[in-house]
Structure formats: C-alpha cells, structure tokens
Design a protein around this ligand. Sequence first.
Ligand SMILES: CC(=O)SCCNC(=O)CCNC(=O)[C@H](O)C(C)(C)COP(=O)(O)OP(=O)(O)OC[C@H]1O[C@@H](n2cnc3c(N)ncnc32)[C@H](O)[C@@H]1OP(=O)(O)O
Ligand SMILES: O=C([O-])CC(=O)C(=O)O
Length: 372
Amino acid sequence: MSSSTKGLEGITATESSISSIIDDKLTYVGYDIDDLADNSSFEEVIYLLWNLKLPNAQELKDFKEDLISNMDIPKEVIDHLKSYDLKTVHPMAALRTAVSMLGLYDPESDVMEEEANNRKALRLQAKIPTVVTAFARIRKGEEPVSPKKELSFAANFLYMLNGKDPEDLEVEAFNKALVLHADHELNASTFTARVCVATLSDVYSGVTAAIGALKGPLHGGANERVMKMLTEIDSVENAVPAIEKKLENKEKIMGMGHRVYRSGDPRAKHLKEMSRELTKLTGHSKYYEMSIKIEDYIKENKGLPANVDFYSASVYHSLGIDHDLFTPIFAVSRVSGWLAHILEQYSNNRLIRPRAEYAGPKGQTYTPIEER
Ligand SMILES: CC(=O)SCCNC(=O)CCNC(=O)[C@H](O)C(C)(C)COP(=O)(O)OP(=O)(O)OC[C@H]1O[C@@H](n2cnc3c(N)ncnc32)[C@H](O)[C@@H]1OP(=O)(O)O
Ligand SMILES: O=C([O-])CC(=O)C(=O)O
C-alpha cells in the first residue's frame, strides 16, 4: 500500500505568520476575515500581509502613493500585448507572459537583497492591474488608460478597465472582493510560488509560476467556469436538473468543494450577499437565484460547501466584467499574498524538495534501439 499522501492532503509543509485557517475560520495575521472584509481597504490588507501589522494613517498614505507611482508598465510590454492573437489568447496566459516580461525590464530583477526584493514586490503589485486592464482594452481596440493619483487601488482598476470613474458602490464591492481573495494559507498557487523561490530563484519567477498554478480550473480558474455554467443553465428552473445531469456524468460543479473547509468557506457569505445586492441592482437576479439553488442542492446531496469562486462569478458579472477576466482579477488580489509568502520564504529559506514513492517498473534490461 502507498505511504504517500495524494495531493499532499493534510500535510503541514511550512510555518507561516501570514494567514491561517483554523476550524474553518480564516485570519490574515490574526485579524478575522469578516472584520477585514467589512472595514479595510485592499491597500491596508496588502500592507498588513507584507509587514505583519496594520498601517497607521501616514504609513497608509505613503504606501498608496508608492503603489500608484509604480503602476505604469514599460511600452515594450504594451507593444507585446498588442502583438498577440487577441481572439485566442486567454488573459491569464497574457498575464503570465507579461509578468515574466516585466522581469526583463526591471534592472533589479536578479538582485537578491531584502530591500530590492521589497521594491520588486511593490512594483509587481502595482503593475499587475495595469497589465490586466491594458490587455482587456487592447483586445477591444482601445488604448490603455493610465491610473489616477487620487483613486484607490480598487477604483483605479475599474477606471483603467473602463476608462471612466467608477460608482462608489462598484468600488466598495470590488475592494471587498480584493480583500477577500488576498491570501489563503498554503493554497496551490502560493505553494507553487514558495517552491519556486525556495531554490533562490527571483521574485518574477515566483509570481509567474504562481499565475500558472492559479489559472487551472481546480483553483482560481473555477470562477470563470462558474459563470460559464450559470450562463449555460440560463434559468432558475433548469438549475437543479442541469446539476443532476452534471453529477450523473461525473462532472465537478465549479465553485463547490474545498480541500480545507468542511462547514463552509467564510469568504463565500460576503460574496453571496454582494451577489444578491448587485445582481438585483443590475437586473441579473436570475444568476443569484440559480446560484442559491445550486449551492443548496450540492450542500444537501454532496455535503460540499460553496467556495470563494462560486459567488464571485455573479458579482464580477454584475460589475460588467468580461468573464475571462475573473481569474486575472483573482491574481490582481492574490499577488499580494504570493509576494508576502515569497518574502517570508526568503527570510527563512530552505530548499523545498519532498520525496516520491517509486511505483514504476524495476530491474529492466536496456535493449539496443535496433532490437526494440
Ligand atoms: C480558490 C480556490 O481554489 S477554491 C477551489 C476552486 N475549485 C473549484 O471550485 C473546482 C471544483 N471543486 C473541486 O474540484 C474540489 O472540491 C477541490 C479541487 C476544490 C478540492 O479537491 P479535493 O480536496 O482534492 O477533493 P476531491 O476532488 O478529491 O473530491 C473528494 C470527493 O468529493 C467530490 N467533489 C469534490 N468537489 C466536487 C465538486 N465541485 N463537484 C462534485 N463533486 C465534487 C469528488 O468527486 C470526490 O468524490 P469521490 O470521493 O466520490 O470520488
Ligand atoms: O486554499 C485553497 O486551497 C484554495 C482557496 O480557497 C484559495 O486559494 O483561496
């Protein structure tokens, strides 16, 4: 019998002071996610994750200014985004490539001193929203828009995406979504980032690797697929029959289930409430109603809770965001957590190298190619 643990379930692979999930409660640096979701700005949360303390007013002001002043991206990266086949390239693939490319234009890319790594973290956090929104505009035939100094991080994202000042309600919802997605202990993309930089590779490599891991449908890629599912189901009456059919076909229901949470994902209730309000306001209530039916059915029949990706789909849809930008938006937020973990990994590093239990053939005799 195998002594390995499939998917490393239940294995504690590192110590971390950044976020915790204990008894289905999520905290960032000991602050309950509910408090942060209701009260904090995303900038405060980034500061918290990187400094392990909340900023005072002056620290927050300076940090916001630092972020905004680093948002511009090199013209070469914009030109590269323009060179893609805009009909077929997924924005997550464009983001993965652009982040790797940003490293080519950062003279400190391979400088491994702590201060240089902190500066690179700030640049990456600031530039990722610019990459995502620039790509979204370029593929619609529009020019990228530069950030506005007076806007918050959340407002600037929506401004750079749509080219007009967002409504307060939109900013509030988007800020909350960013706060809720910022960090999540040793999820797959964060683990990927830590494994990568534990070889003492650079920050850009760590974030590029993490984007690749987030892209998959079992992780961050689920939010786009939730919306695809809701769009295909199309009506509240069809929700349960469609889900029954999917389960019969052994399909996984996107946005449902979690490796760690058993009773429920504490982030989902915030997104659920936002989905209720925003879908009502924008005339998309059917997506909320369908989501409720699906959540209840899966909970009752499979005992699985909704995860963070489930209601974020109808929230972003209500904000008028293209469905294939949902996962890049996850990255816009989660890069804060990746960077916190990368910096933590550097500060107390050891190569991450587990073992595999060999399950292949043994004692084979090599035969020359002409005899095979
Ligand atoms: C931000 C995030 O990454 S949150 C997660 C986003 N991903 C998704 O929403 C994709 C859908 N969900 C899933 O695939 C899984 O629940 C995961 C990947 C999140 C967790 O996976 P694991 O802990 O490895 O659980 P695993 O996939 O082994 O599932 C255990 C059992 O529950 C079932 N199950 C788990 N999730 C689902 C689901 N969403 N729909 C239907 N059945 C499911 C599995 O089929 C399996 O059943 P079995 O024991 O009869 O074979
Ligand atoms: O922790 C996980 O496995 C997935 C998740 O919810 C996240 O990354 O936010």
